[in-house]
Design a binder for this molecule. Structure first.
Ligand SMILES: *Cc1c(COP(=O)(O)O)cnc(C)c1O
Length: 364
């Protein structure tokens, strides 16, 4: 089977050396040497400040909401978000007692459409939680302006946007916070893991306490907290993967461009704004109809290729999120989209086979 993505496996000898160090120090977690090192290296690599490593990308969102004072309020609280994303964007809000209010996406970029944000604002709205979906940049200028005007916080779920630059700067610099997921299936990963990039240092400092039970000294508990710490083994994988990031990205870019060349004329691709330097994390395509998308996915599967219907279903239709509204653009794109296999080890031969199968499927 050719999967939609394959976890990147960094050099084993190098990983062993990091693990030797962990054994020598006998320090496995709680802001260890490798977590500190990875924090510094990621800030330098991404060109950001105030980065906090956490145990996973979902906790990154939850801690960001808490640190910015959006969740755990004594009053009804809403956040405006996109229905076209992985479920964790919305479920993390709901889990934190914040009602996710969906606003529809742009039909070309598939990110939250700024025109739909203001109509969704109520007296209970405290935040906007847009997603740089598949690593594409949201309309950050428009969203940041709406947030300013209405005194709302912005938390970008940037789980897909590792290493993406926009207008010459890290996309992660936008918003009061941006969160990353370092899950094994993501472009850069630590097995499980995540990070938050805060705009303000005070928010970072508050979050640092939150991820360690609110403990600030051996005998002092300052505030309510939780356990969201990254451990040393996770950081070791990250340090290895970061060394090989350029190579990994080069291989994926080659795969991405071959797909674009072969399918870009016949299928709808994600429109990217000017000034975007993409990370080649995903190759989503939108078919003419749901029937065509489902049929091509079935043909690929019969031939040992797993393309995912991703993101499907559109989240307004997920009952447990409790936000059943009409989101026609998201519903439409979600019904017709497939993400094609893309990872550094995908051979040209296998990729050509995938392209041939899709082209044959389109002619039926
Ligand atoms: C992967 C992902 C998450 C969740 O990250 P985990 O590290 O798996 O908890 C959240 N949002 C989006 C958009 C994602 O793709």
């Amino acid at each position: 089977m050719i999967p939609v993505t394959k976890p990147y496996l960094p050099n084993r000898e190098k990983l062993n050396r990091y693990i030797d160090g962990i054994y020598e120090r006998a320090w496995l977690t709680n802001n260890g040497e490798l977590v500190q090192k990875l924090t510094k290296r990621l800030e330098a690599y991404l060109g950001v400040e105030n980065l906090l490593l956490v145990a996973n990308g979902t906790l990154a969102l939850q801690i960001a909401y808490r640190a910015l004072g959006i969740s755990s309020r004594d009053e009804p609280t809403e956040a405006i978000t996109t229905p076209f994303t992985f479920v964790a964007t919305a479920s993390s809000l709901k889990w934190e007692g914040v009602t996710p209010v969906f606003a529809d996406i742009d039909p070309n970029t598939w990110c939250l459409n700024p025109a739909n944000i203001e109509p969704a604002i109520t007296p209970n709205t405290r935040a906007i939680v847009p997603v740089h979906v598949f690593g594409n940049a949201c309309d950050v200028e428009a969203i940041d302006a709406i947030a300013q005007k209405n005194s709302l916080k912005v938390i970008y779920d940037a789980s897909h946007a590792f290493g993406v630059n926009y207008k010459g700067e890290s996309l992660l610099k936008h918003g009061d916070a941006a969160t990353l997921s370092f899950h094994a299936t993501k472009l850069f990963h630590t097995g499980e893991g995540g990070a938050i990039i805060f705009k303000c240092e005070e928010d970072l400092e508050r979050a640092k306490k939150m991820i360690n039970f609110g403990i600030i000294g051996p005998e002092t508990i300052e505030a309510l907290g939780i356990n969201a710490k990254m451990n040393e083994f996770q950081a070791a994988i990250g340090l290895c993967a970061l060394d090989e990031m350029a190579e990994n990205m080069r291989a994926r870019a080659a795969v991405w461009h071959r797909y674009e060349q072969a399918l870009g004329q016949t299928l709808q691709l994600q429109a990217k704004p000017k000034g975007l330097e993409y990370n080649y994390a995903y190759f989503p395509v939108v078919f003419e109809s749901e029937e065509q998308a489902v049929r091509v996915a079935a043909t690929l599967k019969e031939n040992g290729v797993l393309a995912r219907r991703y993101f499907y279903p559109s989240l307004e239709s997920v009952a447990c999120l409790g936000a059943e509204t009409d989101q026609p653009v998201s519903k439409d794109i979600a019904s017709r989209i497939l993400c094609l296999p893309i990872f550094d080890q995908l051979s040209q031969h296998d990729q050509q086979n995938i392209i041939n199968l899709i082209e044959a499927g389109l002619k039926v």
